[in-house]
Design a protein around this ligand. Structure first.
Ligand code: IMP
Ligand code: MG
Length: 165
């Protein structure tokens, strides 16, 4: 998917989000590192009052398979109690990372908690996770570029690519 197609997707997501958060100031929580490019484009497309925070979770070692557990390496800087929280994630694959993280955030009593994902690998899902805003859906393919890595490589690519094996 080239950057123009990505921009159309981001604009469409922003429109949906803006419509749902009228009169609100959501806290967008980006999951690093993969979401940072997407987040940067999304908040500018949103162009509305909002706050931004980031967390670093780790579920992947090197390679292309999930390790089966997550670690919070860097948590939220601010309290989210009573706030409208929107999680921003690059890719959902098994759903493990997000379901564990969602559980953790729910315990902190946000007013609302929603999820925005750029790439949904729906065929790979092991745990059911409700996604409120979906950018694109792909099959069982490994994706890189636009902030998304393979072993820390290729994040700089402006477009999204599927890795051939
Ligand atoms: P899950 O816990 O299996 O859903 O994995 C989610 C995380 O794994 C995502 O946030 C990504 O960081 C990483 N990941 C999953 N699929 C891909 C991919 O195709 N390319 C790069 N990273 C991926
Ligand atoms: Mg990620």
């Amino acid at each position: 998917m080239n950057h123009e197609q990505i921009r159309d997707v981001v604009d469409r997501l922003a429109e949906e989000i803006r419509r749902d958060y009228k009169q609100k100031t959501p806290v967008l929580v980006g999951i690093l590192k993969g979401s940072f490019v997407f987040m940067a484009d999304l908040i500018r497309a949103l162009n509305m009052p909002l706050e931004v925070d980031f967390v670093i979770l780790s579920s992947y070692g090197s390679g292309t398979e999930s390790s089966g557990e997550i670690k919070v390496i860097h948590g939220l800087e601010s309290s989210i109690e009573g706030k409208d929280v929107l999680i921003v994630e690059d890719i959902i694959d098994s759903g493990l990372t997000l379901s564990l993280f969602l559980e953790e955030l729910r315990r902190r009593k946000p007013a609302s908690l929603r999820l925005c994902v750029l790439v949904d690998k729906v065929a790979r899902r092991k745990l059911n996770v409700l996604i409120d805003y979906i950018g694109v859906q792909v099959q069982d393919e490994f994706v890189v570029g636009y902030g998304i890595d393979y072993d820390e490589q290729y994040r700089y690519l402006p477009d999204l690519y599927v890795v051939e094996d």
